[in-house]
Write a protein that binds this ligand. Structure first.
Ligand code: SAH
Length: 422
């Protein structure tokens, strides 16, 4: 099924890629992504560090998995990553080391706006700071192991290799509606949704804030697709709300005026339905978009495909979504993946309409993107159309998401199915 998508080999991380050579139609030539300061050596594992739980079940409780119970990234040596510090934290670090706070603003302007990571090129920064910057913070980004561009040139999948060898995937998409960058929040995922490629990997570990911010930095650097703005969606690998603290911190960095200045309304967090974290997110004081992965209209059916439904049932999740919508004054999105013969009947459409009417929302139907070795199938196009046509007049706004990038295994739920083998 894999077509002749343009393919850029792992050498991308080490040299500039000629646009003609790679066949890319990205609006910028791919820039060299070699680091100005080398990544610290792969660290040795720490004593007592939990082993990566390949095949971990959906338990322990998802909320406990937030940072504390999930396998932690192995500690890196060297200074903290600049990409994992809020601008305030960075300013404080400078002050601690005898530099004025305003220098932080200048450095971040070089890094996030001018995309210059070599301190020597930061011409308005004092010589003293230019010389000591690399000792204060790491300016390295993880290596890009691979980039694949779809035949239609409207999607590019980036595989990043993290300092401990984990691989994560992110996707840049461009359509008439604009540019969307799809981000991973974990390496693998512990939620085990039955139809999802990433779910089949199990949770390997939570991502750090800098590993989330780096995905955006890399995609912008490689594509130049940032005008007049872009959307960020946490719909890549992982369950963002199971890595709550680090995802929220990354969002604060991305959202900050001195960071990438992405408006909160342009950022959407998609969740399988971790109710306490949905409620917590509504109190963060940011106008973030929320998407709920519903996928079934009865608890009985949902339990079969989304194991977390044992813990949080449809009504609990919709109640949290309702409160979120009320508190933020914005509609949530209900995502509904259409699986042939599972959740695509007339009755399903009727029940979905009733559920959708109970929440200020829009409904996003996602025809299933097949995953190798998993038995689920996409309904035929007429079935998808019938489902949407029946639903539309009975429900709040309905859209069908025909995923981009299926030929490069970059569509929803396909991340981890290819190219991420270690
Ligand atoms: N953990 C988050 C993000 C998952 S990916 C969540 O559950 O919302 C984003 C969306 O893609 C989710 O709705 C997810 O259920 C859906 N998805 C997973 N696998 C899919 C596949 N193979 N085809 C289509 N959608 C899929």
């Amino acid at each position: 099924m894999e077509g002749p998508a343009a393919f850029v080999s792992p050498s991308l991380g080490r040299r500039a890629v000629d646009r003609r050579e790679s066949g890319l139609l990205l609006s910028h030539a791919m820039q060299p992504i070699a680091d100005p300061s080398p990544e610290p050596q792969p660290p040795v594992s720490e004593p007592g560090e939990p082993a990566a739980p390949r095949g971990a079940p959906a338990d322990p409780p998802a909320e406990a998995r937030d940072a504390s119970a999930a396998p932690r990234p192995r500690r890196r040596t060297g200074p903290p990553s600049l990409f994992g510090l809020t601008p305030d934290e960075f300013g404080s670090r400078l002050v601690e080391h005898g530099h004025p706070r305003y220098r932080g603003h200048q450095v971040l302007d070089w890094v996030y706006r001018k995309r210059v990571r070599d301190p020597e090129r930061m011409t308005n920064v004092s010589r003293k700071l230019r010389e000591s910057l690399a000792g204060l913070v790491s300016l390295a980004l993880p290596e890009v192991a691979e980039v694949r561009v779809s035949r239609a040139q409207d999607a590019a999948k980036f595989v990043l290799r993290l300092h401990d060898g984990e691989r994560i995937e992110s996707v840049a998409m461009r359509s008439r509606r604009g540019v969307t960058l799809c981000l991973s929040s974990q390496a693998g995922c512990g939620m085990r949704c039955a139809f999802c490629a990433t779910g089949a990997m199990g949770l390997r570990r939570n991502l750090r804030p800098e590993e989330i911010v780096a995905q955006v930095a890399h995609m912008l650097e490689a594509t130049g697709w940032e005008d007049p703005g872009y959307n960020l969606v946490f719909m890549g690998m992982g369950e963002p709300l199971a890595n709550y603290a680090q995802v929220v911190k990354a969002i604060r960095i991305l959202n900050h005026q001195d960071g990438l200045a992405v408006g909160a309304r342009r950022i959407t967090v998609s969740t399988v339905g971790l109710v306490p974290q949905i409620r917590r997110l509504s109190r963060e004081g940011m106008q973030l978009g929320l998407a709920i992965s519903l996928h079934a209209t009865t608890d009985e059916k949902r339990r079969q495909i989304v194991p977390l439904n044992e813990r949080y049932g449809i009504e609990d999740i919709l109640a949290a979504a309702r409160d979120y919508a009320a508190k933020l004054g914005r509609r949530v999105t209900i995502e509904y993946v259409l699986l042939a013969g599972e959740n695509d009947t007339h009755d399903d459409a009727n029940r979905l309409a009733a559920l959708a009417r109970s929440v200020p929302c829009k409904v996003n139907l996602i025809p299933y993107n097949p995953v190798p070795h998993l038995p689920w199938k996409r309904p035929t196009e007429p079935t998808v159309q019938r489902f949407a046509d029946w639903l539309a007049p009975r429900s709040p706004a309905v859209t069908v998401r025909w995923s981009q990038g299926t030929d490069i295994w970059a569509a929803c739920g396909q991340l981890g199915s290819r190219a991420s083998g270690r």
